[in-house]
Design a protein. Structure first.
Length: 227
């Protein structure tokens, strides 16, 4: 079982109903982001909303849930996608293995560490790109990665979900800003390293999994990263 979260989303994973679960890299870039002007709200006043959880054989299988949210547990190297398909119906949870930073946990710029706390998906990039497409500065290069090839190229492949920190002084603000650090959820050429810390700060996923996730979340989806 993954570790307890100090966040309002944590409790849903500890309800007494059984849950069947199936299963980013500081991506160094040269191009500065075109950042939306957004007022960052404090998260201390977030209030818990009752959720229902269902046990299904293939959770989050359908596209376009009416609501989704993501939890990433660094200690377990897992991503939990929560899907709701109809108002008042049970929430489904699907689990994906991931790879976070091999340099550890942290928000400071130029450390290549994975940040903690509440984020949202600010930009989705790569819709309909071919499986294994290599992106550079969030642009398709036209080259397809060799999966599990020799070397550690830190390729960003297939899909990108660019995260924006929502906690001022923790993952947002000068010197610690997740968005300006280019923290993504993305596909990787190093699929043989999924399940253990190996990235340069981002959250890496299997290419097939990142396509699945990409299709079930929207820009604005909340992502909570815990140790």
């Amino acid at each position: 079982m993954h570790s307890t979260f100090k966040h309002p989303f944590k409790w849903a994973r500890f309800l007494l109903i059984p849950i069947i679960v199936l299963s980013l890299t500081h991506c160094t870039e040269e191009t500065a982001p075109v950042e939306k002007k957004t007022t960052i709200q404090p998260v201390e006043q977030l209030q818990e909303q009752p959720k229902l959880i269902t046990t299904v054989s293939s959770p989050c299988k359908k596209k376009s849930p009416i609501k989704s949210r993501i939890e990433i547990d660094i200690s377990e190297q897992k991503l939990f996608l929560h899907c709701t398909y109809k108002q008042g119906e049970e929430e489904e949870i699907k689990t994906f293995p991931v790879s976070t930073s091999k340099f550890g946990i942290g928000s400071t710029a130029n450390t290549n560490k994975t940040p903690l706390g509440l984020h949202r998906i600010e930009n989705k990039i790569g819709d309909n790109a071919p499986y294994g497409m290599i992106f550079k500065a969030r642009k398709s290069t036209g080259r397809i990665a060799k999966i599990n090839g020799e070397g550690d190229h830190d390729y960003v492949t297939t899909r990108i979900m660019w995260l924006k920190g929502l906690e001022q002084g923790k993952n947002a603000g000068s010197g610690i800003d997740s968005y300006k650090r280019y923290i993504y959820i993305h596909g990787t050429a190093d699929e043989n390293k999924i399940g253990k810390p190996a990235s340069h700060g981002c959250i890496r996923m299997y290419n097939s999994d990142v396509i699945d996730l990409f299709n079930k979340v929207s820009e604005g989806t909340e992502v909570y990263i815990t140790r």
